[in-house]
Design a protein around this ligand. Structure first.
Ligand code: FE
Length: 338
């Protein structure tokens, strides 16, 4: 009996010691860099004793880096924005499925795929120049293709992940053909060739160069919270519509992440993902970029988001959503949305 117990002890020691030494580090590749994220990471280290080594970069660069590092990549967790980019990482086979009761309970089913989790949401909304456009003419994404809006629509490139994800959702709800017709109508309504980011479209609407535009909600919230008089003045000229409240709901997208298949510290990786779903981390993660927490029970105090009011969001699963992005690109190409 004594020998068995001793050997069990030795076996346990042999298993836990190197594992324990390994568990105290997490290599995080993150395309998010907000000041509030500092507090997020230091709190995780305080709670778990796991030190976070952070590699920050642009979304596509980090993805490229993980791909190039291959099996030797030190990356444990990859965090990025937009379902299209998460899907790209997933399609490359970079993520490993995570079994976590906690994550399954905390993150709503439509905000996780088999291999990655969304930790915050943002909406893709319509905004309009109050003096130039009647909001009743732009209640849905479909409305933006109506000939009534000829010469009024501004939007960033059709190749950008934000628009590809929107296109992907439209393909799901309307079908490929209707989405192509929609994209053609949209292009025919352009006030100018696509240029700049979402913030540029908002400012162009305020300046009257465009009557209506599409933007992610956090860019609007950021301008609403700005101290600059020019931003305040600009936002007074702009109205915001939650699109498709009478049908499938406003298209939402996500910030999220997952554990990498080659993660050297898998236990730390799961702990970190679970931490991101905690009340405290959810508030930091969402508010840092004026987004909404993925965990429904977590309330945020964000005056700009509160001012925008509540809305019905599209509950299309983010994993399903991302599956149509390549098709969306072909559809937009055919429609001439460069
Ligand atoms: Fe963005």
């Amino acid at each position: 009996m004594r020998t068995i117990r001793a050997s069990v002890f030795l076996l346990a020691a042999a298993c836990t010691l190197p594992a324990f030494a390994q568990e105290k580090v997490l290599n995080l590749y993150s395309a998010r860099h907000y000041q509030t994220d500092e507090a997020l990471y230091s709190s995780f280290t305080r709670q778990t004793g796991i030190k976070i080594n952070r590699i920050e970069g642009k979304e596509d660069e980090l993805l490229e880096r993980i791909k190039n590092e291959g099996a030797n990549s030190p990356a444990d967790v990859f965090i990025t924005v937009d379902a299209a980019r998460l899907a790209q990482a997933d399609a490359l086979g970079l993520f490993a499925p995570v079994q976590s009761k906690l994550l399954d309970e905390r993150i709503p089913a439509h905000l996780r795929s088999t291999d990655w989790f969304a930790f915050s949401t943002r909406a893709r909304v319509i905004l309009y120049n109050k003096a130039a456009v009647n909001p009743d003419d732009v209640r849905s994404y479909e409305d933006l293709a109506h000939p009534k809006l000829k010469g009024k629509v501004c939007v960033r490139s059709g190749a950008h992940p934000y628009n590809l994800s929107l296109g992907s959702a439209l393909i799901h709800h309307l079908g490929e053909q209707k989405t192509e017709e929609w994209a053609k109508g949209l292009v025919a309504n352009f006030a100018r060739a696509p240029k700049g980011g979402d913030t540029d479209q908002i400012k162009a609407v305020a300046a009257g160069e465009c009557g209506v535009a599409i933007s992610n909600s956090y860019y609007i919230a950021r301008l609403l919270r700005s101290d600059k008089p020019a931003d305040k003045q600009a936002m007074e000229k702009v109205g915001v519509v939650w699109p498709n409240q009478g049908s499938f709901g406003t298209h939402i997208n996500v910030s999220g992440g997952g554990m990498l298949k080659t993660a050297p510290h898998k236990e730390s990786a799961v702990k970190f993902l679970e931490y991101l779903a905690s009340d405290e981390a959810q508030a930091y993660f969402a508010n840092g970029n004026n987004e909404w927490p993925a965990v429904k029970s977590v309330a945020v105090k964000n005056p700009a988001l509160d001012a925008l009011g509540s809305f019905k969001a599209d509950t299309l699963n983010v994993g399903t959503l991302s599956k149509n992005t390549a098709l969306a690109q072909r559809v937009f190409d055919r429609a001439g949305w460069r």
